[in-house]
Write a new protein. Structure first.
Length: 97
């Protein structure tokens, strides 16, 4: 039997603010800065990179570079993009264990 493979684009699953927030929270939970960077880029692409860049007052090309694999966005860029996306980061005590 032949296995069929399909291209899957995560941005298709990031249509609602709740889905976007859950994706970013899951990336944070992985404790992997590169994954978080890529996840933020995925969410920005789902919203529309040009729209996010305009709202965040950051160049579109700079956003693509910052949120690409191996990218290293500044905290200022991360905060501007989160604000442009209507998302915030909250901090809570770590669960001991």
């Amino acid at each position: 039997m032949e296995t069929k493979l399909y291209n899957w684009d995560v941005t298709e699953s990031l249509k609602t603010p709740e889905a976007r927030a859950a994706y970013i929270e899951a990336a944070i939970a992985e404790n992997d800065p590169e994954f978080l960077t890529i996840a933020l880029g995925d969410v920005a692409k789902a919203e529309g990179m040009s729209k996010v860049a305009r709202k965040a007052k950051v160049g579109r090309e700079n956003l693509y570079r910052a949120f690409a694999p191996g990218g290293n966005p500044t905290m200022a860029t991360v905060m501007r993009v989160l604000d442009a996306l209507g998302l915030t980061i909250r901090v809570s005590p770590a669960i001991a264990g």
